[in-house]
Every structure is written in structure tokens, then in C-alpha cells.
Design a protein around this ligand. Structure first.
Ligand code: NOJ
Length: 498
């Protein structure tokens, strides 16, 4: 009998242990400057490409809205910090608006107000014991740098490096975790392949690839500045964060197609940094070289890295950060079929058809289908391809179109994905952080305010932008407090369906 009780106790402890996050694992939430700050033309701030885009083409935004005021966090940041503290966040991921800090994009003029705003925000977080995790670039390029070609001009590598150096100089004494670029795939593919995001220039397979190479070089330059000039005294960590959709083979027959799609989806912005050989993923590079030749181009549309450039980019990381939301099924194109534009609904460039499984429920965005196991598979794939690194989830979250405070689908999404994080950890992936997207409902790019990802509701009809915690906020706070998923049923009366 005693033996039996002992056995049951061990089982209970083990089961409990499985749902506990490792000691030192950190939970946070993220936002981005353009999506929350507002104050788009306050003081000496100049327009970013998003200011220009939404003002010149309001019709491309679902509700014709813009980020002029957004959550008004430029003025309400104290309240945001209070809310972050109420949730018990270990860290808050924010981004710096380049044109707010450097009004002409260059470093000869630094905005006093821009500096003051980010100093206050960072200090305010630290006072509450919340670590600031700072992104240098979350899509709001100074418009005057766009006028000079933006991310398609190789000179941007130097411009970004100079900007990074200023940011590290101003805030590096207090910020220890840095993201150089948020989702290069959105900056280069959604902007230049689909022409859907600012600057809204459609140049698939040309502009998108120039942007891709320059952004990798710019990331590397910003990493190296930190490594050489700041790391010795500040001891922080720098990497970029990639949006990666998990690419599941349609069936056994399409493993190769799914792998090629992964090398495009994850590899395009990872291989050069995280592998020993560096440069583009070889299967992808070969595919584009052959395709370019067939199309009559004198050389590959994918700009090559010189050996020197490969060396420059290789190894420029201190961790691997990933934003995960959704998955796709990959198979080869059937005769007569065309694949849509990359990245959300097609992989035309590599002639792979991307689809979704009928069992994956759709959230309230056109691209968003829910597949929690994709997160675990992705983390395992990343470790296999890029090594036993520190992995950080820098975004994960769920969208609704309504303002329901009893947001059971969001709760379910978080629960299911956090379970997959625990499973990935059991698989041996060293995941150290989980970041909820997002703290507050905010300007969801071309979806405007129609799509809500917040743990906290914001009333965009109220000039004071009243914030109200949703049930998911309490759910997340409970997980943070207990450091486990053990207690979730007490708070979650969810019926189990998306
Ligand atoms: C990724 C982006 O980084 C963020 O800005 C966006 O709001 C979320 N995904 C949701 O689409």
C-alpha cells in the first residue's frame, strides 16, 4: 500500500512538473511604436512610411483608419506600465520609433522629446521591476530614408548601424535584451512582394530580395556595433525576431516541398545568420537561380552574398527569437494551378501550394488559422537546423473582431500554445521566454482597428482610450504567478471550442 501511495505521489509530482515552466523562464507582452503611440506629428517627429501610407492610401486599411492617435500611449504610457505590472509581466517588449528619435533619419539631430519619451518609458518599467525588451525596427522607417530607396538601398546598412549605435548609447545602460529587426518577412515580403504594407511597392522577387539582403546586412551591422562597442560594458544580448509559419507537408509525398517552404519561410532570414556555412539556404538559392535563368535573367534575381558579406552576417546572434501564429500545409502545384503571393497565402516563387487544414479554426484575420502543434514542431525544426541555442518566443497571440471581455477563444489559444511550449522544452529545446502579442488592442496594420489581439481592450471611440482588462489578461496573469499551467482550469470556464 505504502509503495502504491509513493508511486501515485511520484506520478502526481511528475504530472505537475510537466506543466511547470523551468525556473528562470520569463513571460512578457509586446507592443510596437506605430501600433500604440499615436502622437504621429508631435514635437519634431517626422512621418514614418506608415504615416505616409495610411494618410495617402486610407482605402488600403480595412476601416480607413490610421495610427495618428492609436492607443495614445505616447501620453498614456504610465497607465500601460501600471497594467503591465498588474499582469505581473517579467518584461515588456516595446519598439523605438526611428523618426521620433532621429527626425531626419540620420544621427546629426537627436530629438530631445524622443529621447525623453523613451527614457521615461524605460525608467518607468524598471521602477516597477519590469524588464524593457527593445526592438529597434518595427516597420516605421523615416519617410525621408524611404525617399532615398529605403530598404532596397544598400546604404541603409550604414544608416541602420548609426541609428543602432545612438539607441545603444542612450539606453544601453538599462536595456539588456535587444531585437534589431521585427519580422523581416513583413518588411520585405508583405511590403515588396505583396505590396500590401508600407511603402506599398510591388516588386516581387526583385525589390523583396534587395530588401532581404540589405536587412540581413543591416541586422549584422547593428549586432556587430553592440558586440564591439557596448557588450563589454553592458553585457546585453542582441538578435532579430522572425515570423515563421510552420509548413506541414500535405502528406508523406510532399516532405520535400514542405522543407523547401521552411527554407524559404524560416531560412531566408535565418540561414545567413545561424548556420556554419552562412549565405542563402542552398536549396532555395539553387531554385531561384534556375528559375531566374528560365525567365531570361542574366543572373539570379536573388542577390548573392560575397564571401566577405557571408562572414559579416554569420554568427551575428545571441539567441533565436521567433514570432509564431499560424501554419500552412505545403504540396506541389497541380497542373493549371497557380500559387498566390508570398508569404501568407502562397509560395508562388517556389511553386509550392500553401493551404490550410480544414480542422484548423480561423481567427479573425484572413491569414490566421490556428494550429498549436505547429509551434512545437517549429521549435524542434529550428533547433535541428540552427543548433542548441536559446530560443525566445517574441510574439504569439490571437485575434478577434469583437470587443468581448470574456474572450474564451483567446484564452484557449494561449493555453494550447503554452502547452506546446512545454512539450518543446521536454523535447530538449531551450525556450527561455514567451511573449504575448499583445498587451493592448492596437492598430493592426492594414486591418486597422478591426482586428483585436489585446489582453486588454481599448475603446478607440473614447478620446481617453479607456483600457479594460479582458479575462485572458487574468488568465495570463495567473499563469505568470503560478509559473505553470496547473491552475488554469480554475480560471478557465471555456467550453473548449474556438
Ligand atoms: C506581427 C507583428 O510584429 C505585429 O506588429 C502584429 O500586430 C502581429 N504580428 C499580429 O499580426
Amino acid at each position: 500500500m505504502i509503495k502504491y501511495i509513493g508511486f501515485v505521489c511520484v506520478l502526481v509530482v511528475l504530472a505537475g512538473a510537466e506543466r511547470r515552466f523551468p525556473d528562470g523562464f520569463k513571460f512578457g507582452a509586446a507592443t510596437a511604436a506605430y501600433q500604440v503611440e499615436g502622437a504621429w506629428n508631435v514635437s519634431d517627429k517626422t512621418p514614418s512610411i506608415w504615416d505616409t501610407y495610411v494618410h495617402e492610401k486610407p482605402h488600403v486599411i480595412a476601416d480607413g483608419s490610421n495610427g495618428d492617435v492609436a492607443c495614445n500611449s505616447y501620453y498614456k504610457w504610465r497607465e500601460d506600465i501600471e497594467l503591465a505590472a498588474e499582469l505581473g509581466l517579467h518584461y515588456y517588449r516595446l519598439s523605438i520609433s526611428w523618426p521620433r528619435l532621429l527626425p531626419n533619419g540620420f544621427t546629426n539631430i537627436i530629438s530631445e522629446d524622443g529621447m525623453r519619451f523613451y527614457n521615461d518609458l524605460i525608467d518607468g518599467l524598471l521602477e516597477k521591476g519590469i524588464e524593457p525588451v527593445v526592438t529597434l525596427y518595427h516597420w516605421d522607417l523615416p519617410q525621408n530614408l524611404q525617399d532615398l530607396g529605403g530598404w532596397t538601398n544598400p546604404l541603409i546598412v550604414g544608416w541602420f548601424k548609426d541609428y543602432a549605435r545612438i539607441v545603444y548609447t542612450l539606453f544601453g545602460d538599462r536595456v539588456k535584451t535587444w531585437i534589431t529587426i521585427n519580422e523581416a518577412i513583413a518588411v520585405c515580403e508583405v511590403a515588396y512582394t505583396m505590396g500590401a504594407f508600407a511603402p506599398g511597392i510591388s516588386s516581387p522577387g526583385i525589390g523583396s530580395y534587395l530588401c532581404g539582403k540589405n536587412i540581413l546586412m543591416a541586422h549584422a551591422a547593428a549586432w556587430r556595433v553592440y558586440d564591439e562597442e557596448f557588450k563589454p560594458k553592458y553585457h546585453g544580448k542582441v538578435s532579430l525576431t522572425n515570423l515563421v509559419f510552420w509548413m506541414e507537408p500535405y502528406s508523406e509525398e510532399f516532405i520535400e516541398e514542405a522543407e523547401l517552404a521552411m527554407q524559404y519561410a524560416a531560412g531566408f532570414y535565418s540561414h545567413a545568420i545561424y548556420t556554419k556555412e552562412g549565405g542563402w539556404p542552398p536549396t532555395f538559392e539553387k531554385y531561384i537561380a534556375e528559375k531566374s535563368k528560365r525567365e531570361g535573367y542574366p543572373r539570379s534575381r536573388l542577390p548573392a552574398f560575397t564571401e566577405e558579406e557571408k562572414k559579416f552576417v554569420k554568427g551575428t546572434h545571441d539567441f533565436y527569437a521567433v514570432n509564431y501564429y499560424s501554419s500552412r500545409l505545403a504540396r506541389s502545384l497541380q497542373p493549371g494551378e497557380t500559387a498566390g503571393l508570398w508569404p501568407f497565402f502562397g509560395a508562388g516563387e517556389i511553386d509550392v501550394f500553401l493551404d490550410v487544414h480544414p480542422d484548423w479554426p480561423q481567427a479573425d484575420n484572413s491569414w490566421f488559422f490556428v494550429n498549436p502543434p505547429g509551434l512545437r514542431k517549429l521549435l524542434v525544426w529550428l533547433k535541428k537546423n540552427y543548433g542548441d541555442l536559446e530560443y525566445m518566443i517574441m510574439e504569439n497571440g490571437y485575434s478577434t473582431s469583437d470587443r468581448d471581455l470574456n474572450d474564451s477563444k483567446r484564452i484557449q489559444y494561449y493555453q494550447d500554445h503554452l502547452e506546446q511550449v512545454l512539450l518543446a522544452i521536454q523535447d530538449g529545446v531551450n525556450v527561455t521566454r514567451y511573449t504575448a502579442w499583445t498587451l493592448l488592442d492596437n492598430f493592426e496594420w492594414t486591418d486597422g482597428y478591426t482586428s483585436k489581439f489585446g489582453l486588454i481592450d481599448v475603446d478607440f471611440n473614447d478620446p481617453s482610450r479607456k483600457r479594460t482588462l479582458r479575462k485572458s489578461a487574468w488568465f495570463y496573469a495567473n499563469i505568470i504567478e503560478t509559473h505553470s499551467l496547473d491552475d488554469i482550469n480554475t480560471i478557465n470556464s471555456f467550453n473548449g471550442e474556438y
